[in-house]
Design a protein around this ligand. Structure first.
Ligand code: AMP
Length: 365
């Protein structure tokens, strides 16, 4: 049976790029999101209401052959009933696991994937104890609902603990050792129902203030890539995962340390639209609709640069040879991801030159 109607919970830019990737395949997407003023609404039909509204979720499921999501902070419990009506891919279990940093790290540990030493923190004495046993500096993070650096604070001195607790401590937290990383890398992969999996080349990610600014790919580090693929494959298999999954890593003393995973297409994989034979968006759709997975072969040396807070001068950027431009159609607001561009060049040094030029033109706010 062909699964050609895809319901997407969340109509952000990820949903929008999924829907756009669906058209050439004959896949029609429909969204559920809170407002018509969302990036996805411009490209596919939308049900408007709360993302966890049982009636609307049911309506979406009834009109879809498969339901997926573009945002991982929807409760798995809200989505679980859909599994009785239609396919939910990835599963509610995979979604729930990735929502809690403590559970995520427990999974990584069980699969022998290195993680930063950490401890659960539910009180100020817990935090003081964690600082004593794990040392300083460390990062205090909310276990749930953290993204783009939100809900976390670096602690460098023991006397900062009470303040950090006051700021974050009205919910379950995790304290983890600060990682003196040389790089941040991510690996995006897709797994089909059959168990077949494909992996993109590693991307090297540059963050500031916890938000991804730009990614460069393929990041060539054969040994790290091999290890990252082994780790991602373990997670995909363990969760009987269907769809695209991303793991973000720190490189510490030449070794990978897993930071977190995202059960969805990922910002650090946007470069694959222009930079690979099959984009991460198309491969997510292929995986969840039981189509053969597409080649992840890179087409050159790529860099993806986020537009944050303010859109850049489009015409100036479009004059750059080999540049793809993406405007998500959102209004400008500090820190908001409004769009991105990708350049793909045959030679790494040409990519680096173009990237340096673009970075001079971009103002992140
Ligand atoms: P996260 O929300 O966990 O992805 O964290 C956002 C960013 O904060 C990461 O991309 C890192 O740049 C930084 N960060 C998070 N955790 C740590 C850590 N344990 N040590 C050092 N930097 C971290």
């Amino acid at each position: 049976m062909s699964l050609s109607r895809v319901g997407i919970v969340g109509a952000g830019q990820l949903g929008r790029m999924l829907a756009l990737a669906g058209y050439p395949l004959g896949i029609r997407c429909a969204f559920l999101d809170r407002s018509v003023d969302t990036p996805g609404a411009a490209v596919a039909p939308l049900l408007v209401g709360d993302l966890e509204d049982p009636q609307l979720l049911r309506q979406l499921a009834l009109q879809s052959d498969v339901v997926t999501f573009d945002w991982e902070n929807i409760s798995g419990k809200a989505l679980a009933p859909l599994q009785k009506i239609t396919c939910l891919r990835p599963s509610a279990e995979a979604l729930e696991l990735s929502q809690d940093r403590l559970h995520e790290k427990a999974l990584f540990k069980r699969l022998k994937i290195p993680v930063a030493a950490h401890a659960a923190v539910d009180s100020l004495p817990d935090l003081n104890q964690a600082i004593l046993s794990l040392g300083l500096p460390g990062v205090l993070k909310t276990r749930r609902l953290g993204y783009d650096g939100k809900g976390q604070r670096v602690i460098r001195h023991a006397h900062e603990a009470a303040d950090a607790w006051r700021e974050l401590g009205n919910r379950p937290l995790i304290y983890e050792q600060f990682q003196p990383f040389s790089r941040e890398l991510s690996l995006v992969g897709a797994r089909a129902m059959s168990g077949d999996a494909v992996f993109y080349p590693l991307a090297a990610n540059h963050h500031a203030g916890g938000i991804l600014r730009y990614s460069v790919a393929p990041y060539s580090a054969a040994a790290l890539e091999k290890t990252a693929r082994i780790y991602l494959r373990r997670v995909l298999r363990e969760l009987s995962y269907v769809g695209v999954l991303t793991i973000e890593f720190f490189v510490v003393n030449g070794q990978l340390v897993a930071n977190e995973m995202a059960p969805r297409v990922h910002n650090s994989g946007h470069w694959t639209i222009e930079g690979c034979v099959t984009s991460q968006f198309e491969n997510h759709l292929r995986a969840i609709t039981d189509l053969p997975l597409g080649s992840t072969r890179p087409l050159g040396h790529a860099a993806m640069i986020n537009f944050l807070g303010k859109m850049p001068d489009r015409d100036r950027l479009l004059a750059i040879d080999g540049l793809g431009f993406h405007d998500y159609g959102k209004s400008e607001r500090p820190g908001r991801k409004l769009g991105h561009c990708t350049i793909v060049k045959e030679r790494a040094k040409d990519r680096d030159r173009a990237l340096a030029k673009i970075l001079k033109w971009i103002r992140w706010s």
